[in-house]
Design a binder for this molecule. Structure first.
Ligand SMILES: [Zn+2]
Length: 327
């Protein structure tokens, strides 16, 4: 381990890790958001009392739901973890997979409050791999390598580009929703009502647009399994990820009445194919390509194998050996 010039980063080999950070910042943000949404809700209702009262109540309800959701998320607020043992497990695997896929190595952030087991995202122009600390405790090194391979495929294929497209697409819908409110109700509508309209439209648009993400997930599964040369380990890692995510959601939304009250915002976006399908497809892949059993063991990259997704094609261009990251 070496200390980087940037004090917020710990470097291990070629991999950078976010240094530990307490939950103070996340807690502060949470309280700010709760008060902010509550104030907007009150403004929407009071400001629409004499004109467009029903609209004001609908907007107030939207903000109340958001306030409750944010308030409830205090159950999961945590910080960034770092320890040499975890970093020592992740760094060599990640470095190796990124070298094979010929892609940038992301900065690793290990959180103790993540709802998802692993994901890649971009923040301030920096590529981040966010991992859940408690998920890491549940997977062995073989499963860890497989789940890292899935995420590395997202990076190598530049899938974050589609996330940006999705966000911009949703924002266009949100703008269209606000214009529709203006056209239908004319002037006199308070600002928070437009905000609530944008949020509602954004959520609906996101449901539609997020389904496009499914094919990217299928591709990351198939190519990730080939990249790590271990479809069974990825299937096992996904099974654990599903159990982990269900538990996290149970902790967040809890039993009734919370689950019932928060149902409009607690609904799971259809961004990923059903986990049972993903596991089934990986097992099918393993049946025709057991770990190290087909092809050259020294040449496990997806582009150099003849494997394509069994039963259900990803709908994306086939992986070709000439693809930049596949070597
Ligand atoms: Zn994924």
């Amino acid at each position: 381990m070496t200390e980087s010039e940037d004090s917020s980063v710990v470097r291990l080999g070629a991999v950078e890790f976010q240094s530990p950070r307490g939950p103070l910042r996340a807690r502060g943000k949470l309280w700010f958001n709760s008060v902010y949404f509550l104030a907007l809700g009150a403004w929407a209702v009071i400001g629409s009392w004499h004109q467009h009262r029903v609209l004001g109540f609908v907007a107030g309800f939207v903000y109340l739901e958001l306030t409750l959701a944010v308030f409830r998320s205090s159950r999961l607020v945590g910080g960034v973890l770092y320890n040499d043992e975890l970093a020592g497990r992740i760094a060599p695997l990640l470095e190796d997979l990124c070298t094979k896929a010929v892609c940038l190595t992301p900065k690793v952030v290990i959180r103790d409050d993540a709802m998802r087991s692993a994901c890649v995202r971009r923040s301030r122009g920096r590529l981040l791999l966010v991992l859940s600390g408690s998920y890491l405790d549940r997977v062995d090194d073989r499963e860890l390598r497989a789940v890292l391979a899935h995420e590395v495929v997202h990076i190598a294929r530049d899938d974050l580009h589609w996330v940006k497209v999705r966000i911009w697409g949703s924002l266009v819908f949100a703008g269209a929703g606000c214009v529709a409110v203006l056209a239908l109700f004319g002037g006199g509508v308070t600002l928070p009502v437009y905000g609530a309209t944008a949020i509602l439209t954004l959520m609906v648009a996101n449901v539609g647009l997020s389904t496009f993400n499914r094919r990217l997930e299928r591709r990351a599964d198939m190519e990730g399994a080939s990249l790590c040369d271990d479809p069974i380990a990825l299937a096992s890692a996904l099974r654990i990820a599903k159990a982990f995510s269900d538990e996290a959601r149970q902790r967040l939304f809890g039993p009734r009445p919370w689950r019932w009250i928060l149902s409009p915002v607690s609904w799971r976006m259809p961004t990923h194919p059903p986990m049972s399908d993903r596991i089934h497809r990986l097992r099918e892949l393993a049946a025709i390509r057991p770990p190290g059993g087909v092809g050259e063991p020294s040449d496990p990259l997806p582009g150099n194998t003849q494997v394509t997704a069994p039963s259900d094609q990803t709908g994306l261009p086939p992986t070709a050996g000439t693809e930049p990251y596949l070597r």
